[in-house]
Design a protein around this ligand. Structure first.
Ligand code: ADP
Ligand code: MG
Length: 348
């Protein structure tokens, strides 16, 4: 057993109540998000996602993270089991993407789940959950974890009917993989749909990820942001880091969807922060247009509550306006420097 694979425990009832977050798996993209987050929490350097059809047929997420011991793999698929927090007090300040301990159980409940994992030992473990029954046996696998979900919502016709077209459902999966790939540019991601690879990032930094996702013209024409500030977040001193890349305003988009913001490694859909990025571009943006940009914010964990949204798509940040101001300042500073450099090139 490797030392860095943490132990999975059952949470007590009070903690479970505090984090009760509604239904976890409402559509295939939600299952993919939970599995990708687990892979990232396991320290993966590669995450490979495969989806068939709209995702209800088959989802597969493979990682090269720390894996699980057999005992942990067997309990991880039970409700409210997690290695990430022990009590409700750990919630604020949780530095992992997951902490509710319910994703694997919820997925196993909504479909058929097969988990193959190895934490570095000679032999790995396969846990299969179908119709509430667990089957455990040996499996060959390098260190890491692969989860395969088939027949999602097979016995939930209402849930299946609420899904959009396969193209739309896959579109959500694709957006989500893009969001994680830009929030974690040091991790290599791939997404394969019906046997065809649609997305892949090399795991070698933001610029390469942007080029892989948006093409050389848009992604390559970009400048780095690195901005550090000491700020007052609702009465408490905090060190804030804003970093990422800004595509030049020669390419813009009609929607804000291409302003990718992550807070402490978690992609968020936060319109306030997206607006702050646009404010930083200021008059460089044609009116009604938004930039293509990647911004990663690091905020002290005490200032962030990730437990305000069932899908964790939004987080609450203490002193959010101050954070927005820092983002705006960081963006403006980076673009000003970039303009000077480009003007210098012309002059030489
Ligand atoms: P949570 O992520 O909130 O803890 P999950 O149900 O998603 O709950 O996972 C339960 C536990 O299973 C995790 O806490 C973790 O210990 C383990 N686990 C799940 N997926 C992986 C993975 N890909 N690699 C290693 N461990 C995993
Ligand atoms: Mg999880």
């Amino acid at each position: 057993m490797s030392d860095d694979s943490p132990t999975v425990r059952e949470l007590d009832e009070a903690t479970v109540e505090r984090i009760a977050a509604g239904e976890v798996v409402t559509r295939p993209a939600r299952a993919v998000a939970e599995l990708v987050e687990n892979a990232l929490d396991a320290g993966a350097e590669r995450v490979d996602v495969t989806v068939d059809g709209d995702g209800t047929d088959r989802i597969r997420v493979a990682d090269d993270g720390h894996g699980m011991s057999r005992a942990d793999a067997v309990s991880a698929v039970d409700p409210h089991t997690t290695s990430k927090i022990r009590a409700a007090d750990d919630l604020r300040g949780a530095t992992t993407l997951g902490f509710r301990g319910e994703a694997l159980a919820a997925i196993a409940d909504a479909g058929r789940l097969e988990l193959v994992t190895n934490d570095g030992g000679a032999v790995g473990t396969r846990v299969t959950v179908a119709d509430g029954e667990k089957i455990v046996d040996d499996a060959g696998r390098a260190r890491g974890t692969t989860v395969v979900v088939t027949d999602l919502f097979g016995d939930r016709p209402a849930r299946r009917e609420s899904l959009a077209s396969p193209a739309r459902e896959f579109g959500r999966v694709s957006e989500l993989v893009t969001a994680y790939a830009l929030a974690r540019p040091e991790v290599a991601f791939s997404l394969t749909h019906d046997g065809r690879e649609t997305t892949s990032t090399p795991g070698t930094g933001t610029r390469d990820a942007l080029v892989a996702l948006y093409g050389r013209e848009t992604g390559g024409e970009s400048t780095a942001v690195t901005h550090r500030a000491g700020v007052d977040l609702a009465g408490r001193e905090a060190a804030l880091t804003v970093e990422g890349r800004l595509c030049y305003p020669s390419t813009t988009r009609a929607t804000r969807d291409h302003v990718h913001v992550a807070v402490n490694g978690r992609p968020v859909r936060d319109d306030d922060l997206r607006r702050a990025v646009a404010r930083g571009y200021g008059s460089l943006l044609p009116s009604g247009r938004d930039p293509v940009a990647v911004l990663r914010l690091d905020v002290p964990a005490w200032a962030v509550d990730p437990n305000v949204h069932p899908a964790k798509a939004r987080v609450a940040i203490r002193g959010g306006d101050t954070v927005g101001d820092a983002v705006e300042a960081g963006v403006r500073e980076a673009l000003t420097t970039a303009d000077l450099r480009r003007a210098g090139e012309v002059a030489m």
